[in-house]
Write a protein that binds this ligand. Structure first.
Ligand code: HEC
Length: 138
């Protein structure tokens, strides 16, 4: 029995050990996002009440860019169609400067983003928070 508990505890530790971000800090950091983004699960449970200017960020980890039920800009949709799937690295790069990220991703200096907000720091933490409230990515 003792061994079983130890194994379970180890298995639980193994997941956060991968992520660099701190989900608790990210939950606070998400205050910067919620004027435009909500987090509402597929069965309609509100995890964070937020605005509708941007897409629902539930289940973002592992999701192709520009694929939630939202009127995205054409360039973010194009990036998703070209294979952009959200992971920690591209999420941090995108939230730091969405327009520059899309321009780089699409190799086009005319690419535009509908998200005008730029996050100065703490992207890893917000990523960890989104992972913690989302179903496990495949
Ligand atoms: C002023 C409003 C606003 C704020 C604040 C904002 N966003 Fe956005 N966000 C948007 C809009 C609008 C889009 C859609 C962009 C497009 O279609 O080009 C978007 C798109 C995104 C996407 C792409 C989602 C997808 O489905 O592909 C991510 C990821 C994202 N935002 C993360 C964040 C995070 C994290 C924060 C807080 C640090 C944040 N945003 C703050 C408006 C905002």
């Amino acid at each position: 029995m003792k061994r079983l508990i130890a194994t379970a505890a180890l298995a639980m530790l193994a997941v956060p050990a991968f992520a660099e971000g701190d989900a608790a800090k990210g939950e606070k950091g998400f205050k910067k996002c919620k004027s435009c983004h909500m987090i509402v699960s597929d069965d309609g449970e509100t995890i964070v009440k937020g605005g509708k200017t941007g897409p629902n960020l539930f289940g973002l980890p592992g999701r192709a860019a520009g694929t939630a039920d939202f009127k995205y800009g054409a360039d973010l949709v194009a990036a998703g169609e070209a294979g952009l799937v959200w992971d920690e690295a591209n999420f941090v790069a995108y939230t730091t400067d969405p327009k520059a990220f899309l321009q780089e991703t699409l190799g086009s200096t005319s690419a535009k983003s509908k998200m005008s907000f730029k996050l100065k720091k703490g992207g890893e933490d917000i990523w960890a928070y989104l992972v913690s409230v989302s179903p496990a990515a495949e």
